[in-house]
Unconditional design. Structure first.
Length: 386
């Protein structure tokens, strides 16, 4: 019973921790591969004032920076973007939008989490095509093939318009982003804004885990007076708050599981020790010191905890793999319209924590009953044999 309680408790901690990690990882990957990329390089001050006036924060010579970054072994691709805001009109009504001029074929490779709900993706051949968010399409009642007019302020402050054809409607995990976002080819955006520059160089990495190292290297190699480098998680206030919310919610869940594990193990170990009081009395009657008997009980519990933890890890990892193979269909997270398939991540830190809890719970649960059993008068302990 004690072995089963330890094993189930360790497996439960592995599963709950892996589930939480999967939510965090999938949310981060969705953000990276639908909006931000792994990190972004901008002109100094862009993140403070660029959302209001992106035309004032242009990288006039982005190619030297792109070449410098492209040779890094961790970098898969470097994409240029131009940001703008303006009005999109269908001829009957207008909608305030936030837009990006992009390199279409490169963005398709990065944007694996961006779903096209109607039409198709932009391509390099779409000189005057526009890809619009799902919310924009609903607000202006647009479908692929419709003609729209985009009105923006140029870098010089004048008004400029461009007629475009809707080629597709996209949807990301963020409802707010989809409600205002549009994308057009980079060359069209530069023509519209009357500028040869770009606002942002977006880096796509081969491995998300290399983000912190690449950010540190770029901040050291680029002039901080001219450039600022931001990692993907620094670019999304939504991500930080959502992760904090989930961590708190599932932290309470894991605490409940932890308490249940401790109580179950303590009950089983306490019963095991107290049922063997007669055995311990016999050992002490044969000359074993009380402290020696106490140590034997604790060591036996530690071995039981080690065995239970090993069984729990094997069971938990096997169950995590089985659940991940099937998947758990999840509803859309806050501020999203898209659900997703959750899995159980096998995380070494969670496994180590679960094992430590199993061991600590077993040893800790044995100390009090072992002390009581070895402090019982030998004659009274021997009577327990009957």
């Amino acid at each position: 019973m004690a072995l089963a309680a330890i094993a189930l408790g360790v497996a439960s901690l592995i599963l709950s921790g892996g589930f939480v990690q999967d939510i965090v990882i999938q949310l981060g990957e969705a953000l990276i591969h639908s909006q931000s990329g792994h990190l972004q390089i901008n002109r100094r001050g862009f993140f403070e004032g660029g959302t209001r006036s992106p035309e004032k924060f242009m990288l006039d010579r982005p190619e030297p920076v792109r070449q410098l970054v492209s040779v890094m072994t961790e970098v898969d691709d470097v994409l240029a973007r131009v940001s703008f805001s303006g009005l999109l009109s269908n001829g009957r009504s207008d909608l305030a939008i936030i837009g990006e001029g992009i390199e279409p074929n490169r963005e398709v490779k990065l944007g694996t989490y961006l779903q096209v709900k109607a039409g198709r993706q932009l391509s390099d051949q779409d000189t005057y095509g526009i890809l619009i968010g799902n919310g924009v399409a609903r607000s202006l009642k647009l479908v692929p093939g419709d003609q729209v007019t985009l009105l923006v302020n140029t870098a010089g402050g004048a008004l400029n318009t461009l007629d475009l054809e809707v080629v597709g409607v996209f949807q990301t995990f963020s409802r707010d982003f989809d409600a205002r976002a549009v994308r057009i080819p980079l060359a069209a955006a530069q023509t519209l804004l009357d500028t040869p520059g770009v606002n942002t160089l977006v880096l796509s990495l081969k491995d998300t885990r290399a983000t912190a190292a690449v950010v540190d290297r770029l901040r050291q190699s680029l002039d901080p007076a001219q450039y600022e480098v931001k990692a993907w998680h620094e670019l999304s206030d939504f991500y930080e708050k959502t992760v904090d919310l989930y961590e708190r919610q599932f932290g309470v869940l894991r605490l409940i599981i932890l308490v249940m594990v401790l109580l179950s193990v303590a009950n089983s170990v306490n019963m095991t020790v107290m049922e063997r009081v007669g055995e311990f009395g016999t050992m002490m009657a044969l000359g074993n010191r009380r402290m020696h008997t106490f140590r034997l009980i604790v060591i036996e519990s530690a071995m039981l905890g080690l065995a239970g933890s090993a069984v729990g890890v094997a069971f938990g990892v096997a169950l995590a793999a089985a659940i991940s193979a099937v998947g758990i269909q999840m509803p859309p997270p806050p501020n999203a319209d898209l659900g997703y398939t959750a899995r159980i991540q096998i995380v070494s830190a969670e496994i180590a924590l679960a094992c430590a809890v199993g061991m600590a719970a077993t040893v800790g649960a044995a100390i009090l009953p072992a002390w009581r059993a070895t402090r019982m008068p030998v004659a009274e302990a021997l009577r327990q044999n009957g």
